[in-house]
Ligand binder design. Structure first.
Ligand code: IMP
Length: 431
């Protein structure tokens, strides 16, 4: 079985990029199946740091084919910006990168639609990244006002589509802004078309039927690595709804988002941080709104790659991870950023919740129930040693080993990798 999936088991930012980067050495394809430029993948190679939000992590390796599947929503200027910045860094991007002709296009009016509703003072904001993700997926499912990447390549068709869509969008945005107190911006169909026809000229060589490309790869015995864009708790169906993203970040998104049947995926690697973080709004039972949370944020450099927003930090939530481990079908876990916890006198792990006075042993995935959950903790001793130079499990202080073992027991999965720093070398491989 040739395919592997790397998926975050928390609310995102689990450092999946590092694991995908390590694994991409052994894969022919790295494929994104969901999300858009709302994701933030940081890859550190010695003194060089790369930040990608739309392109698959595999694009750093010219020998690997990087694929943006049909389930992704693509903002063309961002796509080209990332291609250009890699070229400027000496990493050539050419026929090693493809984008599905069936992926949907994000236009500036999607971002405006999001800005107007998120900026409203009506308490309904979800704390989104502002990248137009939700409105674009709404249009995809609604069908009438959506444009796929393949349609960008036919100039007359695109002009006609935008003549039809943009006036509707202007009316919609004005109507939404009517109640929000945010001044709406209007768009000119011709201007939008001119701008996007310009992008299309540069994108053309990358656009293809990626589903066919991947099936040809499978038939030729190639190895595929699927890369989830957001954490499982942000999955539109199974996450902490409505404080989620608008796509399927769980591996269930692979089939729909690439056309590759899930039976091709033989190995699912769940990635967790040694603690928990979350960006944006929504319930977070183990959040630490105190000096410990502040310390984790500072030491872990917990600021959003895409928006720069400070991430909310908290203790490891085993209830959440057991839930997503089950839903994702993870075979093993990798424990990331363990070094960030060095120096804390004691560490807490959430092993249960109390909901409305009743102890429960499951994760309620609706925000309105999750926000009433009070965590029940188990406390383990911390360690003071700097562990960033440890390269084997035996190098770790006993307390750190015990902490990792307990995470493994609570998640019900064995640990394949422990990460003790951002660099490729700062990795303890157990398998
Ligand atoms: P959207 O995906 O921009 O619509 O945002 C929906 C929610 O998902 C917000 O809480 C975002 O902060 C969160 N989110 C989206 N992408 C990521 C990510 O890559 N990492 C962490 N949180 C994310």
């Amino acid at each position: 079985m040739p395919a592997t999936c790397v998926v975050g088991l928390q609310w995102g930012d689990e450092a999946k990029g590092k694991i995908v980067d390590l694994l991409s050495d052994d894969h022919d394809f790295v494929v994104r199946y969901n999300g858009g430029a709302n994701a933030g993948h940081t890859i550190v190679w010695g003194s060089r740091t790369f930040r990608l939000s739309l392109l698959p992590t595999g694009v750093l390796k010219p020998a690997v084919k990087s694929v943006i599947g049909n389930g992704v929503v693509v903002y063309p200027p961002r796509f080209l910006e990332e291609v250009d910045s890699l070229a400027a860094a000496g990493i050539p991007v050419g026929d090693n990168l493809t984008v599905s002709d069936h992926a949907h296009v994000i236009f500036p009016y999607h971002m405006e639609e999001e800005r107007v509703v998120e900026g409203a003072s009506d308490g309904g904001a979800l704390g989104t990244t502002g990248r137009g993700i939700g409105p674009c997926y709404q249009d995809k499912v609604g069908r009438r006002f959506a444009v796929r990447v393949g349609e960008l390549l036919d100039e007359d068709h695109l002009r006609e589509r935008l003549q039809f869509i943009v006036p509707y969008k202007n009316r919609l945005i004005t109507a939404l802004a009517g109640t929000s107190g945010v001044a709406p911006k209007a768009f000119d169909p011709k201007q939008v078309a001119d701008e996007f026809i310009g992008y299309a000229g540069r994108m053309r060589p990358f656009v293809t039927d990626t589903s066919r490309q991947l099936h040809a790869g499978l038939a030729a015995g190639k190895n595929i690595l699927f890369e989830a864009a957001q954490g499982s708790l942000l999955d539109v169906d199974h996450g902490s709804y409505p404080y989620v993203t608008s796509s399927s970040s769980l591996p269930s998104g692979i089939w729909g988002g690439t056309g590759v049947p899930s039976r091709q995926v033989a190995r699912i690697i769940g990635v967790v941080k040694a603690y928990t973080t979350r960006v944006g709004r929504g319930p977070f039972p183990t959040e630490l709104a105190d000096a410990t949370g502040e310390r984790i944020r500072k030491v872990g450099r917990e600021f959003g790659t895409v928006t720069g927003r400070p991430r909310r930090c908290g203790w490891f939530d085993a209830m959440a991870v057991r839930y997503t481990a089950q839903l994702s079908g993870a075979d093993e876990i990798t424990v990331m950023l363990l070094d960030v916890l060095s120096g804390l006198p004691e560490l807490k792990l959430c092993v249960g919740y109390t909901l409305d006075g009743v102890d429960i042993d499951y994760f309620p995935s609706d925000a309105y129930r999750l926000e009433r959950c009070v965590p029940r903790y188990e406390t383990l001793p911390g360690w003071v040693e700097d562990i960033s130079t440890c390269r084997t499990l035996a190098d770790l202080p006993a307390a750190a080993r015990r902490y990792v073992d307990r995470i493994s027991e609570l998640a019900g999965l064995s640990v394949a990798v422990v990460s003790v720093g951002p660099d490729r070398d700062q990795t303890i491989r157990l398998r």
